[in-house]
Structures are given as structure tokens and as C-alpha cells.
Design a protein. Structure first.
Length: 280
């Protein structure tokens, strides 16, 4: 993999930062690292020998997105891998969640990813090559109490990515959805907002939110191992890149359990479901 350009959103913390550091130490790779606060990208300076660009980006700002794409092409000529990592979380019950906060999360997690991808696709189609890595979550596979709206953003990413993969296949563009379970990033800490239940009927879920706060930075997942797996898939398995890449024991075991149960239910309802059609 020589002279490939990776464009990564949300590199100030978490998976984005870990991936940027990992790539910055590889030869033959250009890294475009973005964040809302570019001062938080100073950690890359020690690795920079001309192959790194640090750029300011708020993924809810479409003009900044267009500028990032233009600057990346001007600096390195291509955009070979787009990593849509920027995102945030929100803990709260469905009924009590703050609508404005939830809407902003959708603007970042869904529309930011959409706008970033749409801005990069013309370059990849022109190149007739490219890989798009969209960060989803275990919560994009399985919905947990107090994460209804976060799951909503990730289910949206899953559905759109699946259709996109089919639309761009003939252009030699691949799409992979990354589905981590709990990893030692800042997601459950600073990168998510928490609204503790106030309604008596939901008080039991206070413990759920508190447990996520307490467990922050103590999760089972190792971000460095995760980015090494992602890099290996992109570098050595591009021809058979999986559409979905669950990362972590909880993610893969939960996915298998959910789809196994869902398959059994679909089979049980098969005849009833078919009976809703017009006679052939």
C-alpha cells in the first residue's frame, strides 16, 4: 500500500486519534487528520515529515467539508480511504431525552457522515477506487435502554451504508461498517451527554447510565488492537472487505445472538407473513 491518502474525521480523541497515530508511523501513507479544535492535533507533530495535514473540521459545516476535500486533493492528489469517525453519544430514556441535544447528535453522527461521504465520492468515482469506513457501533446492531436515539443514529448509518455499498460497487469503491462494542476511548465519558431519569417509572435506568459513566476507560476493548485490525482489512483484504466488521467479544456475540433469534422469529412468522400478499 504505497502513497495512499487516508482522510479521517474526529481525530482529537478516541478511535480517530488512535488510528491517526497508527497511520502516521507507516511509510507510504498520507494522513489528513481533522478535528473541530486543531490545537488538539499537536500529538501528530512528532511524526510529521510532510505526509500529514492537520485541518479544522466541524462535520456539521458543509463549507468546511468542501474545503477539507479540496485541500486534501491539492496536497496529495487522491483520497483513497475515508474514515467517518466523528461522532458523539447521548444517554437518556426515549421519553425524557432533550430534543435539541438529540437533533444535534443526528446532525453529527448521521448528516455529518452523509455530507462528508457525498463530498468525497466524486473523487473516488473519478479514481475508480476508494474505501469508505463508517463507524457504527454495537448499538447499531442491538438497541439498549437509555441509548434509543444513539442507536437511531447508528441504525441510520447501517442502512445507508448497506445501500451505498451496492451503488458504488461498480466504481470499485468499497464500504465497511465498523461496529465496536465497549472500547477504552472517551465515548462513554466526555464524548457523550447524559440525562438521568426524572420520571419515577424510569428510575431503574439511572443505574444503567451510572454504570456507563463508572466503566468509562475500563472497557474490554483495546483501541490499538482495533485500528490494527481495521488497517489489516483495508490493506490486505480490500478485495473481500466485509460489509460489517464487529469489534470486540460483546459486539460479535451480541450480533450472532440477535440474528439467530431474529431468524427463528422470521421463520416462525413465515406463513403468516406470506398470507398478506395478493394471490398469485
Amino acid at each position: 500500500m504505497t502513497n495512499k491518502t487516508w482522510l479521517i474525521t474526529g481525530t482529537s480523541t478516541g478511535f480517530g486519534k488512535t488510528l491517526a497515530i497508527f497511520l502516521a508511523q507507516k511509510t507510504g501513507i498520507n494522513v489528513v487528520a481533522t478535528a473541530r479544535n486543531i490545537a488538539k492535533l499537536d500529538y501528530l507533530d512528532q511524526y510529521d515529515h510532510g505526509q500529514i495535514k492537520k485541518l479544522t473540521l466541524d462535520v456539521t459545516n458543509q463549507q468546511e467539508i468542501q474545503n477539507i476535500v479540496a485541500q486534501t486533493r491539492a496536497a496529495f492528489g487522491t483520497i483513497d480511504v475515508l474514515v467517518n469517525n466523528a461522532g458523539l453519544g447521548y444517554f437518556g430514556t426515549f421519553e425524557e431525552s432533550d430534543r435539541a441535544a438529540v437533533k444535534y447528535m443526528f446532525d453529527v453522527n448521521v448528516w455529518g457522515l452523509v455530507d462528508m461521504t457525498r463530498a468525497v465520492l466524486p473523487t473516488m468515482r473519478q479514481q475508480k477506487s476508494g474505501i469508505i469506513l463508517n463507524f457504527s457501533s454495537l448499538a447499531g446492531l442491538f438497541s439498549f435502554p437509555t441509548l434509543s436515539f444513539y442507536s437511531g443514529t447508528k441504525y441510520a448509518v447501517e442502512g445507508m451504508s448497506e445501500a451505498l455499498a451496492k451503488e458504488v460497487a461498480d466504481c470499485n469503491i468499497k464500504v465497511m461498517i465498523i461496529e465496536p462494542s465497549g472500547f477504552r476511548t472517551d465515548w462513554a465519558g466526555r464524548s457523550s451527554e447524559k440525562a438521568l431519569p426524572q420520571i419515577a417509572d424510569y428510575q431503574k435506568f439511572t443505574a444503567t447510565i451510572d454504570a456507563n459513566i463508572t466503566n468509562a476507560h475500563h472497557e474490554a476493548g483495546d483501541p490499538e488492537k482495533a485500528v490494527a485490525i481495521i488497517f489489516d482489512q483495508v490493506t490486505n483484504h480490500a478485495a473481500d472487505l466485509p460489509l460489517r466488521l464487529p469489534l470486540g467479544k460483546l459486539a460479535t456475540n451480541t450480533a450472532i445472538a440477535k440474528y439467530t433469534a431474529s431468524l427463528a422469529q422470521f421463520k416462525a412468522l413465515h406463513d403468516l407473513s406470506e398470507s398478506a400478499d395478493q394471490p398469485e
